[in-house]
Design a protein around this ligand. Structure first.
Ligand code: DGT
Ligand code: CA
Ligand code: CA
Length: 585
């Protein structure tokens, strides 16, 4: 059992005891023990084998017995008694922002409510508001909080987490004792949602830095505060873990806390097979058989993650690939893909203006694209059947084209392509006639209308669109809305096969709410030779900045620069299109 797993049981005991009304130094003893176990550099199972549990900070005789019991049986009597006594779902209540242990205990005792559904009812029908110290405002906040917990399954979308992380890092860097700071964990790996935020600081004055952070105005609750770690909740209930390490440990800690766990496990095994030990403090030589006992080798110098990977005989593995899905083998064989990078992006191939449901006129969008250094921008407003989005008829599309021609003659730095996001109708045919589409520079095909979304129907529609000679890209194929809507039942293999056969590209929609195609599908697509267009689907010039998150997602899908259409120059892109059209005629 790992220290983290052991600590989790102590955290659970502390939370359940607190729900039962334990407070003061007795409660703090459990919380301190949990934290001390979590932070202990050596596995407690080893310490136990040596008979040294009571030398660990915060562990006395009674905790040592509990640790022993848990190591042997996976649990202990106190924990089992608490679990039997308290309803299993009650810890869920504390995931709702604004509900701490005291209020959870009160809600349970006075209303008999012990899970999210019950809390939702009580918040809705006035029982919660009627509790002492509550009131309708606080009950309404809880109702909103429950919705948030449900909607995101307790996970926070990257679109919310990233700016928060950047803000917190600038606070940390503002402290004179901080040498360097970075975010790690799932956010650094570019996941579309994150469970909690993991920040890392390099400092010689950890206690001071952590104390100052935990006292910050953005902190709503301090969950733990020690010499190496602070865990806090920020205002909307999101948990942030900050670890403080000495500068010489920073690279190893960054590697460790970036994860994923699965990737770390593989690295540790690899280290062991080379006579090394890798942990969050560094990479050390394992003592040899002839070495005197107790002699610890100093950590091998590692100023960067790249040096640590090199010491393990691996190429540097970018964070987005660290999921143990083949990256270790590839790095060992120097076969890692050269991933697409935000700097490779030359254009955006899916955007909307105020002709349909976008906010800005084409000129504003093109100006913003030019300011971002983009060479080209496809304006792809919706087609006529998407009435709620003011979809364009053939006539309005023709007038828009004249508008765009005039803008291009005006000589902006960013060339505007006349495009359309054409709806794929239920029968598989397109919403606009071929002779209209033929006059365009860029055709994106998409399904939005929520009629009969059953799998075979949607697959047939999208495969049909891919086979249509005039379609350049299939937009956001799975239809997922992160945290809100599951992907449609699409036969992604059939779509990838059709795209590969016809040379049609697939879109990776960069909106942080979509990130669609999802990374595993992107990986299969590029494996089959399909090109990817990373597009923002901007409905406002500010959305053009979503491109970076799309690129992160693409990197998670092992997408290389040569797989990405909008990493081509304008000239190369138009050439790609000419060839595609010639082939499909
Ligand atoms: P999340 O927060 O659910 O989105 O996912 P992560 O990957 O950020 O996970 P988190 O916050 O639990 O831990 C951050 C990193 O710390 C994780 O990616 C790898 C490392 N880590 C945490 N616990 C363990 C562990 O028990 N074993 C190993 N090998 N690594 C761990
Ligand atoms: Ca995390
Ligand atoms: Ca964490």
């Amino acid at each position: 059992m790992t220290n983290a797993e052991l600590a989790a049981r102590f955290h659970e005991m502390a939370a359940l005891l607190e729900l039962k009304g334990l407070a003061g130094f007795k409660l703090r003893a459990y919380q301190r023990a949990a934290q001390s176990i979590e932070e202990h550099p050596e596995p407690l199972s080893e310490v136990h084998r040596r008979g040294g549990l009571e030398t660990v900070r915060g562990i006395g005789e009674s905790f040592a017995r509990k640790i022993e019991e848990i190591l042997q049986t996976g649990t202990c009597r106190l924990l089992e008694e608490l679990r039997a006594e308290l309803p299993p779902a009650i810890l869920q209540l504390m995931r709702v922002p604004g509900v701490g242990p005291k209020s959870a205990a009160m809600i349970w005792r006075e209303l008999g409510v012990s899970d999210l559904d019950g809390l939702e009812d009580a918040a809705g029908d006035g029982r919660l508001a009627a509790l002492r110290g509550w009131g309708s405002k606080r009950a309404a906040a809880v109702l909103a909080g429950i919705e948030g917990v449900r909607r995101w399954g307790g996970r926070t979308p990257i679109a919310t987490a990233l700016p928060l992380a950047q803000g917190l890092l600038s606070v940390l860097r503002g402290h004179v004792g901080v040498v360097a700071a970075a975010y790690a964990g799932s956010l650094r790996r570019g996941l579309e949602t994150v469970g909690d935020l993991d920040l890392l600081v390099s400092t010689l004055r950890p206690r001071e830095v952590l104390d100052a952070f935990a006292a910050g105005p953005f902190v709503s609750e301090v969950l733990a505060l020690g010499d190496t770690k602070a865990s806090v909740r920020v205002r909307d209930g999101f948990q942030v873990d900050v670890r403080a390490v000495a500068p010489e440990q920073y690279a190893a800690a960054l590697l460790y806390f970036t994860g994923s766990k699965e990737h770390n496990v593989r690295l540790r095994e690899l280290a062991k097979s080379r006579g090394l030990r890798l942990n969050e403090y560094g990479l050390t030589c394992l003592p040899g058989a002839e070495d005197p006992p107790g002699l610890e080798a100093p950590p091998l110098a590692a100023r960067s993650e790249a040096e640590l990977y090199a010491a393990l005989g691996l190429e540097y593995i970018p964070p987005e690939l660290r999921e143990d899905t083949g990256e270790i083998e590839a790095a060992a064989g120097s076969r890692l893909p050269e991933l697409v990078d935000p700097a490779d992006i030359r254009g955006d191939l899916h955007t909307h203006t105020d002709w349909s449901d976008g906010r800005d006129p084409a000129a504003v969008l093109a100006g913003a694209a030019a300011a971002r250094g983009l060479e080209y921008l496809a304006i792809t407003d919706h087609s006529r059947s998407l009435a709620f989005a003011r979809g364009l008829t053939s006539e309005r599309l023709a007038s828009q084209a004249e508008d765009i021609d005039a803008l291009n003659r005006g000589g902006g730095r960013c060339r505007i392509l006349r495009g359309c996001e054409v709806e794929v109708l239920a029968g598989g045919e397109l919403d606009l006639p071929d002779e209209v589409l033929r006059r365009l520079d860029w055709v994106v095909a998409a399904v939005h209308t929520p009629s009969r979304r059953d799998g075979p129907d949607l697959t047939a529609r999208l495969v049909g669109a891919a086979r249509h000679p005039l379609v350049d890209v299939i937009a956001h194929p799975t239809g997922r809305i992160i945290g809100a809507r599951q992907p449609y039942e699409l036969d992604s293999e059939a779509l990838i096969a059709a795209a590969a056969e016809t040379g049609t590209a697939l879109e990776l929609n960069a909106s942080p709410h979509r990130l669609d195609v999802p990374p595993p599908m992107a990986r299969r697509a590029v494996g089959a030779g399909v090109k990817i267009a990373i597009s923002t689907d901007a409905h406002d010039h500010r959305n053009l900045g979503d491109m970076e998150m799309g690129v992160w997602s693409a990197r998670r899908g092992w997408v290389r620069r040569e797989d990405v259409l909008n990493a081509l120059s304008l000239e190369q892109l138009l050439e790609w299109r000419r060839r595609r059209l010639a082939r499909s005629r």
